[in-house]
Design a protein around this ligand. Structure first.
Ligand code: NDP
Ligand code: 8X3
Length: 252
């Protein structure tokens, strides 16, 4: 069975991927910054699937030295990585560019772009050894269009879109599949993080619509991963039915 490494597995889409892929028998390598959340997820998955192999480790994807160290020091039985899900990411603030906080910009660029690059660079040598290697990059509708006040977050996800295309080309000789999954609104901790703990404001984002869930994205990724060897899904845009573009939403 394949081994999947999921970044940002402590919450939302990453945690849902861990749960869905556990159900399919994948071996799980799960990382994020919050050890307690990873531990809770591991216990939850183990309760449901007692035989599952899970290895968790804390990692801040922004720290290149720590990323290299974490991947290089994986226990030998965990070094056969087949699938990498580059999911760790965040938005910080929703302000006009001229009013933006440069620390917010740094956090988004360092996590969503540089973090994805650091992890990919460290894991690609392991993927090259796999016969079923696949990288899934979690982009966004924000990587396909720009919406008011989205500026730097949109720029980071446009970068993910470009890097996904670049990986597809550069990793082609190694037979490594590369797929971008670009969701619209998914109800996770994303908006709470964007609005820095303002739960009320975060909840309002999803008022009057049925947003996507982490499970919707995880099941889509499971489908993408289950395609035969000769099929690669390059790029997938997945939206709530009530959301046509980044900003065109019908609320009831
Ligand atoms: P959550 O906030 O629920 O999850 C984000 C995950 O990323 C957490 O597990 C968090 O873990 C991890 N993370 C954040 N920063 C770091 C870091 N520096 N190092 C390691 N892990 C980190 O949000 P989502 O599940 O929604 O977000 C997952 C991905 O999906 C992101 O890339 C996001 O941009 C993208 N996305 C989300 C959409 C949405 O509407 N929710 C839509 C489109 C894309 P921890 O804090 O423990 O480190
Ligand atoms: C997250 C979705 O619409 O807030 O990437 O940009 S959105």
């Amino acid at each position: 069975m394949r081994t999947v490494l999921i970044t940002g597995a402590s919450s939302g889409i990453g945690a849902a991927c861990a749960q869905v892929l556990a159900g399919e028998g994948y071996k799980l390598l799960l990382c994020a910054r919050r050890a307690d959340r990873l531990e809770a997820l591991r216990n939850e998955i183990r309760t449901q699937y007692p035989d599952i192999d899970i290895h968790t480790f804390t990692l801040d994807v922004r720290d290149n030295e720590k990323v290299k160290e974490a991947i290089n020091s994986l226990p030998s039985e965990w070094q056969n990585v087949d699938v990498l899900i580059n999911n760790a990411g965040l938005s910080q603030g929703l302000d006009a560019l001229q009013d933006g906080d440069t620390d917010d910009w740094d956090r988004m660029i360092d996590t969503n772009v540089k973090g994805l690059l650091y992890v990919s660079k460290a894991v690609i040598p392991l993927l090259k050894e796999s016969q079923q290697a696949h990288i899934i990059n979690i982009g966004s509708i924000a990587g396909k269009e720009v919406y008011p006040n989205g500026n730097v977050y949109c720029a980071t996800k446009h970068a993910v879109d470009a890097l996904n295309k670049a990986m597809r080309i550069d990793l082609l000789p190694f037979g490594i599949k590369v797929t971008a999954i670009n969701p619209g609104m998914v109800e996770t901790e994303f908006s709470e993080v964007r609005f820095k703990g303002d739960k009320e404001r975060a909840k309002n984002v999803y008022n009057g619509i049925v947003p996507l869930s982490g499970l919707d994205i995880a099941e889509t990724i499971s489908f993408v991963l289950s395609r035969p060897a000769h099929v690669n899904i390059n790029d997938l845009l997945i939206m709530p039915t009530a959301q046509a573009t980044g900003t065109v939403v019908v609320r009831k």
